[in-house]
Design a protein. Structure first.
Length: 237
């Protein structure tokens, strides 16, 4: 399932069942707990782990609390409408601590580094690297072989729903802590200097810098050498 437009995402959030996923660890005296449609139960007799939505689990345990000797609950959200993305079958490298919401696209040999945040509807192209602590907002689109530097921000667009998302074309290099504002399109092969704030479209193969970012030169051989990507970092072999 893909959610491509702001209205589709908003409608999904509105209609989705809001859940608080938890993992509950129990020590108890001879309880017989069983899985059901709303949660899974692992263990037996004196020790259980229950995984599912908070309210149904707590309701299930209410009349059993006298036999529960100890309980610990792990959680990371409350009344969430969009689950986290399941990347187990992706042909990409995704490092610990990346936070990726569902309904995104991550293509072959992409790299998502520690602390990166990728919101609903985003697209990460083949061979693209999202560096540490970078943020891609809702519907942000990165083409192939893009490098989004550490701490950089690609603004998301859900409101107003008519707004155009950020589009970053193939082979773009975006420096650390740069900010790309809503509706901006960055052309193929362009370079955005570290710390820049990009408020308007960037033409292909240009180098921009500053706040607001302005063209400082056309991309040349020296710039290409400095911004070259390494295939070794993207290989899964």
């Amino acid at each position: 399932m893909k959610l491509n437009s702001a209205k589709e995402i908003a409608n999904f959030i509105k209609t989705a069942k809001k859940v608080t996923p938890v993992k509950v660890y129990l020590n108890c005296d001879n309880l017989n707990l069983k899985s059901c449609d709303e949660f899974k139960v692992f263990g037996s007799e004196n020790s259980f782990t229950i995984i599912g939505d908070y309210e149904p689990i707590m309701n299930y345990l209410e009349d059993k609390k006298e036999k529960i000797t100890d309980m610990h609950i792990e959680y990371d959200r409350r009344n969430s409408a969009i689950p986290l993305y399941n990347f187990l079958h992706d042909s990409a490298r995704i490092e610990p601590g990346a936070f990726i919401r569902d309904f995104v696209t991550i293509e072959k040999n992409a790299v998502v580094m520690m602390g990166a945040v990728i919101n609903v509807g985003a697209v990460i192209g083949e061979g693209t690297m999202v560096d540490m602590n970078a943020v891609i907002g809702a519907r942000g689109t990165l083409g192939k072989n893009v490098h989004l530097g550490a701490g950089a921000v690609v603004a998301g667009v859900l409101e107003p729903p008519s707004a155009t998302p950020v589009i970053i074309e193939d082979d773009v290099m975006i420096g650390a802590n740069a900010v790309i504002l809503e509706g901006v399109r960055i052309g193929k092969g362009a370079v955005v200097a570290a710390g820049s704030v990009v408020t308007k479209d960037v033409e292909p193969n240009t180098v921009v810098a500053g706040s607001p970012a302005k063209v400082v030169k056309m991309k040349d051989e020296k710039t290409s050498d400095k911004t070259q990507i390494l295939e070794e970092l993207r290989s899964l072999d």
